[in-house]
Design a protein around this ligand. Structure first.
Ligand code: COA
Length: 335
């Protein structure tokens, strides 16, 4: 497999963790607020339940809890973390929530910052962290995906409110001189189609003094063209995965697990079919959590490692996709 030679510093995967809030919102609950049904939601999306952050839970709390578990599995002293990257589109502080997590962890030697790339965020953050490690800049990194979309869902829009939930996942990766388990990645963005999925600032115009205008306001609610996003995902995700595995010189039959951003079961099935990857290799937990944006991939990896589906040395191909529009893929071995 290409990418396994150690001209550069290798990367190994040392731990994972996740956190979901206790509050559950079922399809039945949603059918009490909009005109829908459990049957419709299940058939069209595969989702039955999602978790909703309560008043005392937010992105940094969820990300901290997930990171603690990843750190415990990696068995690292907290002072040894060099880098914390938080993928989120719903930070509790627009200036950055990663530093809040750094402070909660007491990871005083780490630099911490946020990345915003919606549902592609976790894979974008993982790729970013991989570059710092492979360049020799940092040795140990915690990569987190944490999102609280419930705060931005339009709970009156049945076309979108059925999809989203809250949660967090984290992964611990480190530099390794003798072994490389991170084989490669692909990233794409198409801002031309960005209006298919937005969470815009609802700025209102005003003036500070005469002749000096300004805008101020809050973020509005998620706006989505579901059909276009669906078509985008089913078309682009197989292509970006195919390109990655072609460059890495592996065949799809060598892949142990296909880990896709958990958006819709029909998207997962369609991507698997186009890649000719057996259904038994496509991991899914969106029935329980819905689409938790940047959290879906690390949350799914963590659950699958802990229930012993994903084992050491298993080959994983992952893809995040969503607003931007943005999409990505990463190929790595667990462990
Ligand atoms: N309950 C019942 N009916 C619903 C409904 C709901 N929750 N949401 C939409 N409908 C209706 C529509 O109004 C429409 O009715 P009409 O034919 O009378 O006009 C009908 O169902 C079909 O709507 P459509 O939008 O074509 O449904 P769909 O099969 O595309 O499913 C989504 C809608 C949102 C589930 C689907 O498009 C999807 O999942 N897209 C991807 C979204 C996504 O993953 N976003 C995040 C990416 S990171």
């Amino acid at each position: 497999m290409k990418g396994t030679n150690l001209n550069q510093i290798g990367i190994t995967f040392k731990g994972c963790g996740s956190f979901v809030p206790n509050q559950n919102l079922s399809n039945e609950d949603i059918s009490r607020i909009v005109n829908t049904s459990d049957d419709w939601i299940k058939t069209r999306t595969g989702i039955s339940n999602r978790r909703i952050a309560s008043f005392d839970e937010n992105v940094s709390h969820m990300g901290y809890q997930a990171s603690l578990k990843a750190l415990e599995m990696a068995d690292w002293p907290v002072e040894s973390i060099d880098l914390i990257i938080l993928a989120t589109s719903t930070p509790d502080d627009l200036f950055g929530s990663a530093p809040v997590i750094q402070s909660k962890l007491k990871a005083k030697n780490a630099v911490a910052f946020d990345i915003t790339a919606a549902c592609s965020g976790f894979i974008f953050a993982l790729i970013t962290a991989s570059q710092y490690i492979q360049s020799g800049s940092y040795k140990r990194a915690i990569v987190i995906g944490s999102d609280q979309l419930s705060s931005y869902v339009n709970w009156k829009d049945r076309g979108s409110c059925i999809l989203f939930g809250d949660g967090a996942g984290a992964i611990a990766i480190e530099a390794n001189q003798d072994c490389n388990n991170f084989y490669g990645f692909q990233m794409k963005t198409d801002g031309e189609r960005g209006n298919f999925l937005n969470l815009l600032n609802e700025n209102k115009e005003g003036s500070i003094v005469d002749n000096v205008n300004f805008r101020q306001g809050n973020f509005s609610k998620i706006s989505m063209n579901g059909q276009e996003v669906y078509k985008f995902a089913v078309r682009e995700v197989p292509l970006i995965i195919k390109k990655l595995i072609q460059i890495a010189e592996i065949s799809s039959s060598e892949i142990d697990w296909l880990i896709l951003h958990q958006a819709n079961q029909r998207i997962l099935d369609a991507v698997g079919e186009r890649l000719k990857i057996d259904k038994s290799k496509i991991l899914s937990n969106l029935k329980n959590y819905g689409n938790t944006s940047a959290a879906t991939i690390p949350l799914l990896i963590d659950e699958s490692v802990r229930n012993k589906k994903i084992k050491t040395n298993d080959l994983l191909v992952t893809s995040g996709f969503g607003a931007g529009l943005s999409w990505s893929s990463a190929l790595f071995r667990w462990g």
